[in-house]
Design a protein. Structure first.
Length: 177
């Protein structure tokens, strides 16, 4: 699998899905930890400022005890933003602790909490624009084709190993190259 690209010189247009705003930057975001299934990972979701930019940050400890191993911040997509078929992928403006994170998408075909379409990205300490092409997403525990006309939810996920998670996001969009 090819890694997502940093920087965005070839983006011709975007559909803004979310941008941090001072008024209420956590609006629509939720933190979910593996505690919903007996795990012991713990984290926080906070609205803050990083390097002069308003953002939402997830931080915490991902732990593997009790078959756990994830933290995520997620948001549902409104009906007007569910059809991404005219776009090439997801644009993220993120910063973090120089670690790998998952970008998980759910469609109307996803029936179980553990199912999603997944890609990975690295959140560097400096703000960067990451382009994650839809072609990089892989189905996880489902057989349905990836339906870009019915995207329902987007999540940034720390998963699969014990580590300190710290990822901040200030903008998310669909992009066209």
């Amino acid at each position: 699998m090819t890694a997502p690209t940093a920087a965005a010189p070839t983006v011709s247009s975007t559909l803004e899905l979310w941008r941090a705003a001072p008024a209420d930057p956590t609006a629509g975001w939720r933190l979910v930890a593996d505690q919903v299934m007996g795990g012991v990972s713990s984290g926080t979701l906070v609205a803050t400022e990083r390097d002069g930019a308003d953002c939402v940050c997830m931080s915490g400890e991902v732990r593997l005890e009790n078959n756990g191993g994830f933290l995520q911040i997620l948001r549902d997509l409104p009906p007007a933003h569910r059809d991404a078929s005219a776009y090439h992928g997801v644009l993220l403006e993120v910063a973090g602790n120089d670690d790998a994170y998952g970008l998980h998408l759910k469609t109307g075909d996803v029936q179980r909490p553990w199912q999603s379409y997944r890609a990975t990205f690295t959140a560097t300490p400096q703000w960067s624009t990451i382009l994650v092409p839809f072609a990089l997403f892989r189905a996880h525990r489902l057989n349905a084709p990836f339906d870009l006309t019915d995207l329902r939810r987007l999540a940034l996920v720390a998963i699969g190993r014990a580590f300190h998670a710290e990822v901040c996001v200030r903008r998310i969009a669909f992009y066209r190259a």
